[in-house]
Design a protein around this ligand. Structure first.
Ligand SMILES: [Cu+2]
Length: 184
């Protein structure tokens, strides 16, 4: 009988010790593990000047990677998103970039980021118009009376994780300022 009691006593003690360790586990602050920072995504630059075109009219970026529009023109440009199937203007992107007097002066930029892969359309409302092509579908067209390139001032941003597409950006996309590109 005594032996049995002591066996139960040992089991009871072990249970308390185990519980103690358990509680210690609960009250010990969890190790703070620094969240892995996402690799810094370098911006992809899209330039414009007095020729009224987006030089890199099609660019590809990763989700979250910034597309930075850089205005090297003396005049104003806009970046307006639109849906080519419905013809509707989008709330995003909707940016306006003031001009610059020229080299050595501040250039105005507008940054766009998308979290979801997709194909995103935009145009400059000052130098292009959206023309209907079929039902509600639209395509950007050159605004009559605007000098510069004959094409429409419009572009596309492709958001993708596909490395084969991502590496097709023009080399000029790497530089914020194209030194030889200023002009109004
Ligand atoms: Cu424009």
């Amino acid at each position: 009988m005594d032996n049995q009691k002591s066996v139960w006593g040992i089991i009871f003690l072990m249970a308390i010790i185990a519980a103690g360790f358990g509680l210690a586990g609960i009250f010990t602050p969890a190790k703070v593990v620094a969240a892995a920072k996402p690799a810094k995504l370098t911006p992809v630059y899209v330039h414009m000047n007095g020729f009224n075109a987006f030089v890199e009219s099609v660019v590809a970026v990763r989700p979250g990677q910034p597309v930075v529009f850089v205005n090297e023109d003396t005049g104003v440009h806009t970046v307006q998103g639109y849906n080519p199937i419905t013809g509707k203007a989008l709330q995003y992107p909707m940016g306006m970039l003031l001009g610059t007097p020229g080299p050595g002066h501040k250039v105005h930029t507008y940054t766009v980021r998308y979290s979801k892969p997709g194909v995103y359309y935009y145009y400059c409302t000052m130098h292009a118009v959206l023309e209907k092509v079929y039902k509600n579908m639209v395509q950007p067209a050159h605004r009559v009376g605007v000098h510069g390139f004959a094409g429409a001032m419009a572009g596309i941003i492709i958001v993708t994780k596909n490395p084969a597409i991502l590496k097709q950006n023009a080399p000029t996309c790497r530089d914020k300022i194209l030194k030889s590109y200023f002009g109004g």
